[in-house]
Write a protein that binds this ligand. Sequence first.
Ligand SMILES: NC(=O)c1ccc[n+]([C@@H]2O[C@H](COP(=O)([O-])OP(=O)(O)OC[C@H]3O[C@@H](n4cnc5c(N)ncnc54)[C@H](OP(=O)(O)O)[C@@H]3O)[C@@H](O)[C@H]2O)c1
Length: 327
Amino acid sequence: MRAVQAHAFGDPTVLSVVDLPDPSPGAGQVAIDVTHAAVGLIDLFFRQGVYRDQPGMPQPPYVPGLEVVGTIREIGEGVTGFRVGEQVVAMSQTGTGGYASAYVASAWRIVSIEGSGIAPELAVSMIPNAAMAYVALTEVAHLRQGESVLVHGALGGLASAFPGVAKQLGASRVVGTVRPDKLAAAKSTALPYDRIVDSTRLSEELGDEKFDVVIDPVGGEVRMQSLALTGPGGRLIAAGNASGDWEHTIPDNQLWLGSVTIAGFNAGAYLPTHPEVVRPALEAARTAIAAGLGQTVVDVLSFDEAARAHERMESRALAGRLVLAAQ
Ligand SMILES: NC(=O)c1ccc[n+]([C@@H]2O[C@H](COP(=O)([O-])OP(=O)(O)OC[C@H]3O[C@@H](n4cnc5c(N)ncnc54)[C@H](OP(=O)(O)O)[C@@H]3O)[C@@H](O)[C@H]2O)c1
């Protein structure tokens, strides 16, 4: 197979296209002929070596990539409900392996998109993140009908899946925040936000408005601001740390004073221990995206342009998703 490999930790130039043996599916797995792989910020963190000392994290040489779309080429022992040639989206278990023309996935982490009408590049960009958004909103935030939701870094990969799923679950109002340089892109987005505001002017833009659920994949200063924007009985979900600020701390007295809950959600930790939530989440995600609730901008690059894709993500100028096409 053709694959993009990171031969060391470092800048995007450590990525190059190589030929590797085709993988075979084991019991409970399928092998997929990949058409597109999504690029996420976590791929950059792995490549930079941010998690190099944590057990189980990828060590060079490895193939980056968490999420793929393609057609099933081979079915492993014990897998039922799928057929060879079926178009599927897969969420990775290990955080690696996606930037390759062939990929092996556990069957419980794939969903068919046959007949859904969803373009493959949009499917791989949105379905895995929408499945994570579904789990975060139902299992962790316990979103109820009619509640309001605030999403930081609103056009980011993970964040952009939240408005559609929140609306699908009955949220009454979904507001996003973006940096000023993304306000123009925010104006033209088809994502179902009721409003997108300047993240550098939150108090001017939002006044006294508080939210039942706040989704924060950004962290740092934004995590602190989020606390003040979460209403009594509200739930602030720490869902990432795009800011790269690992030093901030939450003053716990503000939790009881504000009557606020903070919960963490990390798919890498939660899904393997709660596998039963994955299939309903993937199916709900497919329904939401097929209904047009995840219309984000997707740019397609080739495997040869993987380093360029990482540079573009690093620039923080992206207002949508990047995917790599295997062909
Ligand atoms: N909880 C989970 O299971 C899960 C799943 C996927 C990803 N994640 C995590 O969620 C975070 C976002 O991942 P993603 O793939 O969605 O990234 P992304 O597409 O780059 O989006 C991140 C957003 O965060 C904002 N941001 C603020 N400071 C930033 C900085 N220093 N660098 C880059 N972006 C910054 C940006 O919005 P503005 O410029 O508008 O502020 C950007 O749109 C990461 O920490 C990732 O590890 C968690």
